[in-house]
Design a protein around this ligand. Sequence first.
Ligand SMILES: Cc1ncc(COP(=O)(O)O)c(C=O)c1O
Length: 361
Amino acid sequence: MVTKSVDLRSDTVTKPTEAMRAAMATAEVDDDVLGADPTAARLESEVAKIMGKEAGLFVASGTMGNLISVLVHCDIRGSEVILGDNCHIHIYENGGISTIGGVHPRPVKNNDDGTMDIGLIEAAIRDPRGEIVYPTTRLICLENSHANTGGRCLSAEYTDKVGELAKKHGLKLHIDGARIFNASVALGVPVNRLVQAADSVSVCLSKGLGAPVGSVIVGSKSFISKARRLRKTLGGGMRQLGFICAAAFVALKENVAKLEGDHKKAKVLAENHFYQLDYPAYILHVTVFHQIFFDIVEGSKITAEKLYKKLEEHGVLVMLEGPLRMRIVLHHQISSSDVLYTLSCFQVINLVPVPNPADTD
Ligand SMILES: Cc1ncc(COP(=O)(O)O)c(C=O)c1O
């Protein structure tokens, strides 16, 4: 019988801490659609300040944050956005920018490090002289960290270059910063510096930071006032919003500092142990970050699904990403002993050497 459970499916599975629950219980609230909720306003202005932008707006999710941001920047019919072919907005957001916003996506190849070649971005910008047939390019989107490449982080210098290109062509730059704090910690660069070149950023509080709900989008005051209106259009105007913002505020204050530990534990799992494997599985992407993509060699005796099931029997939950791929994500509710337990399960399934407890301290 399984007595322990280690949930490594995602950094979105965290439960609200006692401090978050206490903050929710005592939050000062009012009607946020009337613009009167003090706790929501405090969270929004704090996130905006941290990100170095004028204003912020709480939204229900990262998907809503990206959708609203793209729609504010592309508010004229026939707009086109340049974005990575492997980015979250393009792959996992139901094509909302097109189906809801009427915005045309122009995907550019994402490299293995999450970037798009600057030359390819520039080549994808439509020539205004062809406006009789072309959509009009208005926006470039980046994702930092880049989830589908295993959490690769974009440098401030790269982002600046994309920002310069956007300016040169009169375009806006949006960053899907669902895990921008992870990127900041991994790169050792302040978060406001990472997004300096961006006109808007969507920051998730319910991922690595562990808040139960929500994201904040940041940008100029005029961007946020348009975004506020669009949020209402999409049914995202919330009344006593301060309850969930209070928990998110605790996440912001308490959990940024824990990200480094998550990254370290991911390293322990990936580099010290899994990485040494050559049979019957191997890691394709080892990241300096908090998630690990684990690819099973084609033709191996074990499939990702079998391995997933065996781990589940031991109470270790991971995410199946395809027939040959699993994803493991660390977060602040995974302890060093959980990491050791996970390694011991891999060992029982006969996949990794015995871990050295000192490695996880
Ligand atoms: C990079 C990235 N952007 C956006 C999102 C969407 O966030 P949500 O699930 O809150 O809609 C995710 C979700 O995992 C993500 O990984």
